[in-house]
Design a protein around this ligand. Structure first.
Ligand code: HEM
Length: 488
């Protein structure tokens, strides 16, 4: 018994010493990083560093970074700690341009979780680092041009008619409409069609498998999400997959079946799935203007595998459906609050549609006020409230005297910039005139970043057009907006 008590005592002393040693290390060494570099920073707290408000569920990650930006924005750069890892917020638009564009070679990766072995669907454009990202980005860029968008416009238009019908039915019955859910179903149907070639029809069947999986992906799993975005090394070390196995299996199966169906039935549709299949079969995507009947040489070493193809379809799906459905939801919300803006918008939409004889790709582009309204929505509610990059090689940030070390996480406070009263006076006010040409010209181009910037910006920027279409469709349905206003 006495020996056992002695062992227990010694063991407790060792544990206490280790914990105390770690405490001293974190407090005086790890948390001294930004002080030693003379970088302004909020005081970190053990054990979460700067993430305290996020881990307590009081602020989202984007809001927390915006709060720090608002408090310290006089400084060109601001230090924070993701647990004990130092990360740098870039606060000045000129420096943001330096990171995102001018010195892109030093900051080309996001440094988020990507592990093709444990989690095959994470091998996609958003997460892949270095050469693999560059290869895929170059290959997919032709898929996201205006001419491709025009070819896919038919799907968007067809589905938007179903959306209008669904809204009409709800409105007639004076039912409460969960706008976010309705928009998510609309976007799910569009992207499932163009990325997976599937007619999933979640607008009519809210429990369609694609929609169910969509809900599952965005279920709150705070710890995994924070780690995946800010500290992927922890997940990598413990080999923890970030995507649920059922989701992974579902998407790989759906993608495989779609490819097999198109191949077996010789179906060619000019959509994302077609581009992915071309990359799998030939190693390149044929240019639309290339009418040659002589087949180009297949590039065996550049072909992608079925799993790599599935990962790209997956990112087009998750990248596309929540981003644009949230944007439309917030836009309709603001329209419900501001009937004057809604009326002006409805007038423009009705007039242009009359002129063009209905909804077409060109007519949607000819609606400047709609453009302003959606731009203002993305200012107030940026779907991705902060951008991240990782420093690939030590580099000095001009005008700061700071040499950023390799491996340092970089954060761009998009929400902070968009709600900064020095850049956008009265930031809480919804004012589409901020996107008047003259007002745009007065602002720094890197102070408004809903789609990011530089070579790694959003590949789907064109999708804004499909958001316009959805807002435009609601012109027929003023009733929905007034019902919505009553509920606000
Ligand atoms: C309102 C709609 C959308 C918004 C606001 C949005 C926003 C963004 C932002 C902020 C980024 C990060 C950019 C950066 O780090 O500089 C991004 C990346 C990306 N987005 Fe979007 N997005 C939208 C729609 C879409 C759609 C429809 C797709 C695909 C069909 C898409 C696919 C992607 C992909 C693949 C990336 C990663 C690009 C890369 O790393 O090369 N997005 N998006």
């Amino acid at each position: 018994m006495a020996i056992f008590t002695n062992y227990l005592f010694e063991f407790s002393c060792i544990v206490i010493s280790i914990v105390f040693g770690l405490y001293l290390y974190v407090k005086y060494v790890a948390f001294n990083y930004w002080s030693s570099k003379n970088v302004a920073h909020p005081k970190p707290a053990i054990p979460f560093g700067s993430l305290g408000p996020v881990t307590k569920g009081k602020r989202s990650m984007g809001q927390m970074i915006a709060d720090v930006y608002a408090e310290y924005k006089k400084n060109p750069v601001i230090g924070v700690y993701n647990l004990t890892s130092p990360a740098l917020i870039i606060a000045k638009p000129d420096l943001i341009r330096f990171v995102l564009t001018k010195e892109f070679a030093h900051f080309h990766d996001r440094g988020v979780y990507c592990n093709e072995k444990i989690d095959p669907l994470t091998g996609h454009l958003f997460a892949l680092p270095g050469a693999k990202w560059k290869y895929l980005r170059t290959k997919f860029t032709p898929t996201f041009t205006a001419s491709k968008m025009k070819q896919m416009f038919f799907t968007v238009k067809e589905t938007s008619v179903l959306l209008a019908n669904a809204v009409e039915q709800n409105a007639k019955k004076s039912e409460v409409i969960e706008v976010k859910e309705l928009m998510a179903r609309f976007t799910t149907d569009v992207i499932a069609s163009v990325a997976f070639g599937i007619n999933c029809n979640s607008l009519e069947n809210p429990d369609a498998e694609f929609r169910t999986m969509g809900r599952k992906i965005f279920e709150p799993r705070l710890v995994k999400r924070i780690l995946g975005f800010l500290l992927p090394s922890v997940l990598q070390f413990f080999k923890i997959p970030i995507i649920d196995e059922t989701i992974s299996k579902f998407f790989i199966r759906a993608f495989r079946e779609a490819v097999e169906y198109r191949t077996a039935n010789n179906i060619v549709r000019k959509d994302f799935l077609d581009s992915v299949i071309q990359l799998m079969n030939k190693g390149y995507v044929q240019n639309d203007n290339d009418k040659s009947t002589v087949p180009a040489k297949e590039l065996d070493d550049q072909k992608i595998t079925l799993i790599q193809g599935a990962a790209q379809a997956f990112v087009f799906w998750i990248g596309g459906f929540d981003t644009s459905s949230s944007t439309v939801t917030f836009c309709l919300y603001e329209m419900a609050l501001h009937l004057d803006i809604q009326d002006r918008l409805a007038e423009e939409i009705n007039q242009v549609l009359q002129e063009y004889g209905g909804v077409t790709y060109e007519s949607i582009k000819a609606m400047p006020y709609l453009h302003k309204v959606v731009s203002e929505t993305l200012r107030k509610y940026p779907v991705i409230p902060m951008l991240n990059r990782v420093c690939e090689d030590d580099i000095e940030l001009p005008g700061t005297g700071l040499r950023v070390e390799k491996g340092t996480g970089i954060l761009i406070p998009v929400l902070g910039l968009h709600t900064d009263p020095d850049i956008f006076p009265e930031p809480e006010k919804f004012d589409p005139e901020r996107f008047d040409e003259e007002n745009i010209a007065k602002r720094h181009p890197y102070a408004y970043l809903p789609f990011g910037e530089g070579p790694r910006n959003c590949i789907g920027t064109f999708s804004l057009l499909s958001s316009y279409l959805r807002v435009a469709q609601t012109r027929l349905k003023r009733t929905i907006l007034s019902i919505f206003s009553r509920q606000v």
